[in-house]
Design a protein around this ligand. Structure first.
Ligand SMILES: [Zn+2]
Length: 155
């Protein structure tokens, strides 16, 4: 748990495993390194959840499906209704859809591959837009300290 009382999960589509582009073992090594790397910088990722199915597999865990989010909440003995108290931070339109589908507040980080210019075409807008993951932290802390009053800024 973080100082502010949050549990942090990573939820990621890794269809490359299902397609045979890289192995599950390799993904596990990358994941372990990422968690360790974040830990060294003072961050705390509780657990990662990956969808390793091909995009045409029709699974419910591939984002924008919320299967993995439900799993993450279940690991805390919480149900999907708890998602309202959670922030979903992502760098693709699919991430924002995922967060929205689950009922989370959404934060779009511009540090990914997706270009801000394309956002005009999005049917769904994130609750917040930040330049990178680090910039999402004060937003979450600020909202936390206001006890989630309905004062969300819309971008
Ligand atoms: Zn899946």
């Amino acid at each position: 748990m973080t100082r502010d009382g949050y549990q942090i999960f990573v939820i990621s589509n890794q269809a490359g495993v299902g397609k045979g582009v890289y192995s599950l073992d390799k993904l596990k090594r990358i994941d372990a390194n990422m968690i360790k790397g974040v830990q060294k910088l003072g961050g705390k990722i509780r657990k990662s959840f990956y969808c390793t199915h091909r995009s045409d597999a029709g699974c419910t865990c591939r984002k924008p499906g919320i299967g993995l989010l439900k799993k993450a909440l279940k690991s805390l003995n919480k149900t999907i209704t708890h998602a309202q108290k959670a922030f979903f931070v992502g760098d693709t339109e699919g991430d924002i859809k995922t967060g929205h589908n689950a009922g989370c507040k959404t934060i779009f980080a511009l540090s990914g591959r997706e270009d801000r210019r394309y956002m005009r075409r999005w049917t769904l807008k994130p609750d917040y837009i930040v330049k990178d993951l680090k910039a999402a932290v004060p937003i979450i802390q600020n909202e936390n300290s206001r006890h989630l009053r309905n004062s969300r800024r819309r971008s």
